[in-house]
Design a protein around this ligand. Structure first.
Ligand code: PMP
Length: 402
């Protein structure tokens, strides 16, 4: 990240972060010298499986897992979210809604927030087409879910509740512990006390917030390597022991039967190293980045007094995300001007921005399409400095003047 020059100002860390040098060093041997298949019994395979197991153990410890088998490596947060939702619903349908004495007219219910990432949102939509019932919890202006609406949405066929830890567009932090208490109370009265399962997508939070599965009270938690200075294409789903899931990729039975395919050894090693560094540095990083983010906002507000923040304005948000509404300016035009001047930002989720669709997240906060189409997300990271902020604001000022 030190190589980012003044001409390339990167304010899109929520989309991806660069792989750090220590991570790269940890990964390197596993591309060539230690290239064995972790499933092989010979010494090459043993080296590879030992590396994967160590990575699993380390990530498990960092998130407070009780057993290393609770960490399932995937190709990223998208796949982890798919496994959590599809895996839970498929198990429920097979075991509780079919067979003798089953209520075959019942529909499995999924509860999500209205501002989940596409990988949860679209997956829920597909499950809905396949017969599930999907309840989307409304959020307030800050993006926080309505806990009372959650209570009302619970029923005896609620299979999984998926509420993200930190929103990728606004930085909103969801009250996961409060949700957990509500679920606990519901489970006490339930015929199937293992349900509803509680899943969170922690892709955006791990680098900044303490993500302990006991503290958060979740049964499943999604992580992504490239949001914490690790490689792309690797992530994990934490799955608490005895959480009933059906694997979604079949084959050789790797990852305890939940995700077949030869393990991506170098990326898994890099992911674990990145997670270790992120957890060790997160307090310091969060404090520094919060101050820079506030400075960015102060400076933007002074050159563009009409600008407003989307989402939480105070400190009750993730440090790295600042989403700003620039009235009267099309986000796409601004982003093009920014890019020409060397400033990289985004109009929201990178998974959607190529489609030039405005943000459903901003709309879910209660704003209209026009505001969503005039809003830009700046996301800071370890490489961001005060000088980057000053230069970025100069570029923003010029782009707004055009
Ligand atoms: N969830 C959230 C909250 C995200 O921000 C992202 C990345 N845009 C993802 C999931 C998808 O992560 P991955 O790229 O690892 O599939």
């Amino acid at each position: 990240y030190l190589s980012l020059s003044m001409r390339r100002l990167y304010f899109d860390h929520a989309a991806s972060t660069p792989v750090g040098p220590r991570v790269l060093r940890a990964m390197r041997p596993y591309f060539s010298r230690e290239f064995g298949n972790p499933g092989s019994l010979h010494s090459f395979g043993q080296k590879a499986i030992a590396a994967v197991d160590a990575a699993r153990e380390n990530i498990g410890k960092l998130i407070g897992a009780k057993h290393f088998r609770e960490v399932i490596f995937t190709s990223g947060a998208t796949e982890a979210n798919n496994l959590a939702l599809r895996g839970a619903v498929e198990f429920y349908k097979k075991n509780h809604l079919t067979g003798e004495g089953a209520d075959t007219s019942a529909r499995p219910r999924i509860i999500i927030s209205a501002i989940e990432h596409e990988s949860v949102f679209e997956t829920a939509k597909i499950l809905e087409q396949q017969g599930a019932e999907v309840i989307k919890l409304p959020v307030n202006k800050e993006g926080v879910i309505d806990i009372v609406a959650l209570k009302d949405a619970l029923n005896e066929h609620t299979v999984v509740i998926s509420v993200m830890h930190v929103n990728n567009e606004t930085g909103t932090i969801q009250p996961l512990r409060e949700i957990k208490f509500m679920i606990d109370a519901f489970r006490k009265e339930s015929r199937r006390p293992e349900y509803p399962l509680f899943h969170t997508d922690a892709a955006q939070s791990f680098a900044y917030l303490y993500c302990d599965v006991e503290l958060l009270g979740v049964d499943m938690m999604t992580l992504s390597g490239h949001k914490m200075y690790g490689p792309k294409g690797v992530g994990a789903l934490y799955v608490r022991q005895r959480v009933p899931l059906v694997g979604q990729v079949s084959g050789g039975g790797q990852e305890f039967g939940l995700r077949s395919g030869t393990e991506n050894v170098p990326s898994i090693v890099g992911f674990a190293k990145a997670a270790q560094l992120a957890a060790a540095e997160r307090g310091k990083t969060a404090t520094r980045i919060t101050a820079l983010r506030d400075e960015l906002w102060r400076r933007i507000k002074s050159i563009a007094p009409a600008a407003e923040i989307n989402g939480p304005a105070g400190d009750a948000k993730a440090p790295h995300i600042l989403n700003i509404y620039f009235p009267g300016h099309a986000a796409q035009d601004l982003l093009t001007r920014f890019d020409r001047a060397g400033l990289a930002a985004s109009s929201g989720s990178a998974c959607r921005s190529r489609a030039v669709e405005s943000s459903y997240v901003i709309e879910a906060l209660g704003y209209d399409k026009a505001r969503a189409a005039s809003s830009i997300r700046f996301s800071l990271g370890k490489g961001t400095t005060k000088r980057h902020i000053v230069t970025a604001v100069r570029i923003i000022e010029r782009a707004l003047a055009k």
